[in-house]
Design a protein around this ligand. Structure first.
Ligand code: PFF
Length: 441
């Protein structure tokens, strides 16, 4: 039997974890969630949720994965034999595949935009034009499904290559490049006329938005961007053997996520206000605004192509972590079957995602509990599945894991603070926000 893969280096792991975290969550979802939830208040709650709640859970998932050295389900089983805690792993599989099913729809939009920007078919400018372009991309059933299929094929292809070959290599160069790009875009956006309104929207709080429903949205967003509550980080950490300061890695992943989210906000909102768009466009926000910002840059249409390529990579480094959770479980007995498992699970995800892909076109009249199919899939994962998954991880790590196991994984100061957070603060905060937030949805 072949051995289990391992990350080649400590850096490889940190980059992969950051790659899983940073993706559409920070770049696409954060701006539109902030846009519809009052901007600054949402940002503030998001930062508090990320550092106070998400980070301790991320660290818990790292510890469980590294200690377990197996897929999410088997790792948990190994750490708590004879109990039913491995349900956390199965819940993670469900959540991650549902996320992947609509995530790949957005991945498909990126591919459509990329193809259109390469073939120079952006023949127009201005608010109306970009709104119409987005409408066209998302509502055509063939374009939506083909885009989604291509995106999933790319994900399957990378995951088939395994940890070292596929996942680690892809992460190494694109993350820093994307970061540099975002800084350039941010500078351009804040130097537009009237940009200050956008900065105010993002940084000066309008307290009327401070509600439980905003709090639950921000908490869900923190989990979504950190990939916690879905077993992705557990799975990635299980490929880590070397001595690694887990606390430091978890902190850097969380901070990077916050920085990229804020940068995305600084790119989007000044442009929204300066160019006469509205901040509550919903899922189309980034797709409508970004091309308009590039219009304001020299060689904009060329940079737009590069940007979509980088965005596609950032999206793939997240989607591959979602697929990897189920693949790792599927191949636990036979590592040789990686390719087969990736194909099979990828195909299942495609089928689950078809209604989401069509929910902006031929299925746009279908609504579930007042949500479109796409929004419903997002809502049940971010606002229900991930908080429940994260809560269970906190209880498991805080009360079931042996203290001695933890002592080997974390240094004493980190351990002491983390333990208080994960045993008391985190579960109470999640339960409270979850219950209050659901009641006010
Ligand atoms: N963290 C990813 C993002 O922000 O785009 C999304 C994600 C990845 C969620 C992996 C869940 C997951 F398991």
């Amino acid at each position: 039997m072949k051995n289990r893969d391992q990350w080649q280096s400590k850096m490889g792991f940190v980059l992969a974890a950051a790659g899983s975290a940073i993706g559409l969550g920070a770049i696409w979802k954060f701006p539109y969630m902030a846009g519809t939830n009052g901007g600054s208040v949402f940002l503030l709650l998001f930062i508090i949720s990320t550092l106070g709640i998400g980070l301790p859970i991320l660290l818990a998932e790292f510890v469980i994965g590294r200690k377990g050295q197996r897929d999410a389900v088997s790792s948990i089983k190994r750490l708590a034999p004879g109990k039913q805690w491995q349900g956390i792993g199965w819940l993670g599989v469900m959540i991650s595949l549902i996320i992947l099913s609509f995530y790949s729809v957005v991945g498909g939009w990126i591919i459509s935009y990329l193809v259109r920007s390469i073939s120079m078919s952006f023949e127009g400018t201005g608010e109306d034009f970009y709104n119409r372009l987005f409408e066209t991309v998302i509502s055509n059933p063939f374009e939506a499904l083909i885009g989604q299929a291509i995106f999933l094929l790319l994900t399957i292809w990378i995951v088939s290559g395994g940890i070292k070959g596929g996942i680690e290599r892809a992460n190494k160069w694109m993350m820093p490049l994307l970061f540099i790009f975002f800084i350039i875009l941010a500078v351009r956006s804040i130097t537009l006329d009237g940009a200050i309104e956008g900065l105010k929207f993002l940084f000066v709080p309008d307290w009327s938005y401070l509600t439980w429903s905003t709090a639950l949205s921000a908490l869900g967003q923190a989990f979504f961007t950190l990939s916690v509550g879905s077993a992705a980080m557990m799975t990635y950490a299980s490929y880590l053997s070397a001595e690694q300061k887990l606390g430091q890695s978890a902190l850097s992943v969380s901070l990077m996520n916050i920085v990229i989210s804020i940068l995305a906000g600084i790119v989007i909102f000044p442009a929204v206000f300066s160019l006469g768009f509205s901040p509550n466009e919903g899922p189309g926000l980034v797709f409508i605004i970004l091309p308009a910002v590039f219009d304001q840059i020299v060689f904009g249409s060329f940079f737009l192509i590069i940007f979509f390529i980088l965005l596609l990579f950032a999206t793939l480094t997240s989607s591959m972590s979602m697929l990897e959770i189920a693949v790792a479980i599927g191949i636990r007995e036979k590592y040789e079957n990686r390719k087969k498992a990736a194909w099979l699970i990828g195909l299942i995800t495609f089928v689950i995602g078809i209604p989401s892909a069509l929910s902006f076109g031929i299925l746009s009249d279908v609504s579930i509990a007042g949500y479109s199919i796409f929004d419903f899939a997002d809502m049940i994962t971010s606002k229900i599945g991930m908080p429940i998954g994260a809560f269970l991880v906190a209880i498991f790590a805080g009360y079931v894991l042996k203290k001695q196991d933890l002592q080997n994984e974390l240094n004493p100061q980190v351990l002491a603070t983390w333990r208080i957070l994960i045993r008391y603060i985190v579960p109470i905060a999640i339960a409270f926000i979850f219950i209050q937030g659901l009641a006010s949805l």
